[in-house]
Ligand binder design. Structure first.
Ligand SMILES: *Cc1c(COP(=O)(O)O)cnc(C)c1O
Length: 245
């Protein structure tokens, strides 16, 4: 992969420049349709499998937030990255939390009390408070992580009382390959949960992010109420996974 990337370096950079402009324009248009402006929407670049040098080119173009999926991959790139806001968006095992605390500004994928407790414990041990999003398994898919919608309220109540963490909102990945009508329905359901949770009195009034929408559907997500989208392949091109994955 490394060789391929270096061979195609110039083209990759030109593509990224074009893609970055295009995605920003699409976000601005979708924001207007939702009665918002581009400034209301946080664009987080999903950088899994993308080498640090390419991510850095994006950062020079203006990417401000990046999201990584795997702890190991993040740690291996971290030192090479230009300054930017780093978040964690992948499925997280409790035994890996230790390696993330203090290194990312937000963990978007909190879906269990066990994970919540571990983030809390290690944040407090380091004198920190970690921002989190609660990930909702909005499609009720067995293969997906995320808390079941029925269990969201309980997890949110627990999180609100847990020291060392601050709930900043919700995250979801709706089922792939559905019609846009179906996908919109999932996004709208998430928006409703987000609105309901914000309306409830909670100790910390910081429920400010609704993170949903990826390359295939970020405009739809924004129209349905997202204020953070996580975009990977629409910026960096199709991912090239190393053989064996
Ligand atoms: C990979 C990934 C994305 C971005 O996916 P694209 O379809 O490439 O835009 C967003 N969110 C999460 C959690 C991801 O793992």
């Amino acid at each position: 992969m490394t060789e391929k990337w270096s061979n195609e370096w110039g083209q990759k950079c030109r593509d990224l420049e074009e893609n970055w402009k295009y995605v920003q324009e699409e976000i601005a248009k979708a924001a207007l349709r939702a009665g918002k402006t581009a400034e209301d929407i946080t664009l987080l670049a999903a950088t899994k499998t993308v080498p640090a040098a390419v991510v850095n080119h994006g950062i020079r173009l203006g990417i401000r937030h990046i999201g990584e999926n795997r702890v190991q991959e993040f740690l291996s790139k971290e030192a090479d990255l230009l300054p930017c806001d780093r978040q964690f968006i992948g499925h997280l095992q409790t035994n890996k939390v230790r390696q993330l605390i203090g290194r990312v500004s937000m963990i978007q994928s909190v879906d269990s009390e066990k994970l919540l407790a571990e983030i809390s414990r290690l944040s407090l041990a380091n004198g920190l408070c970690t921002d989190i999003l609660l990930e909702v398994n909005i499609g009720g898919e067995e293969s997906k992580s995320g808390v079941a919608p029925e269990a969201l309220e309980e997890l949110a109540a627990k999180a609100a009382q847990t020291p060392g963490v601050r709930v900043r909102g919700l995250m979801a990945i709706p089922p792939a390959g559905r019609s846009s009508a179906e996908t919109r329905h999932y996004f709208e359901k998430m928006t409703q949960y987000f609105i309901d949770m914000r309306a409830k009195k909670s100790d910390n009034g910081t429920m400010d992010y609704l993170s949903m929408g990826m390359s295939a559907d970020y405009a739809l997500a924004i129209e349905a109420g997202a204020n953070m989208v996580r975009v990977g392949s629409a910026l960096f091109g199709a991912r090239e996974y190393p053989a064996g994955r």
